[in-house]
Design a protein around this ligand. Structure first.
Ligand code: SF4
Length: 124
């Protein structure tokens, strides 16, 4: 059976056509590099994704800071990760690159801030 995949490992986004038999790859076309083969293998066995989202910020000039996980996690754990991210509140100021959690949900991925949020000075 033929199946088409869009590789998400790099911005090239190669469209890869693979002839597969269950979890086995018979042939592959369209991958710009060897990582495309690894990506298709992963999609056939344990598909993984990265997540971008935002967390609440206390006393910041804006109420949310954008965040992302640094390494892909199994697709089935995305709802758990989103619930976890929604439960987090950080205090301003928060800097881009700040590691909120070095091993989020024990899934060997860091949760990091991707946009700085300065502290909001209150008028007196
Ligand atoms: S196959 Fe290679 S070049 Fe193509 S998107 Fe994937 S990583 Fe990038």
């Amino acid at each position: 059976m033929k199946k088409v995949f869009t590789c998400i490992i790099c911005p090239n986004g190669c469209n890869i056509t693979a002839e597969i038999d269950g979890e086995n790859i018979i042939s592959i076309l369209g991958n710009g590099c060897d990582k495309g083969m690894q990506y298709v293998k992963q999609e056939l066995t344990v598909p993984k994704r990265t997540i971008t989202s935002s967390v609440l910020v206390e006393n910041g000039i804006i109420p949310l800071a954008s965040v992302r996980i640094t390494d892909p996690i199994p697709k089935e754990r995305i709802p758990d990760m989103m619930t976890y991210i929604r439960s987090i509140k950080v205090a301003a100021p928060v800097e881009a690159g700040f590691v909120i959690d070095p091993n989020a949900l024990g899934l060997e991925t860091k949760l990091i801030v991707t946009k700085s949020v300065p502290y909001e000075r209150k008028q007196k």
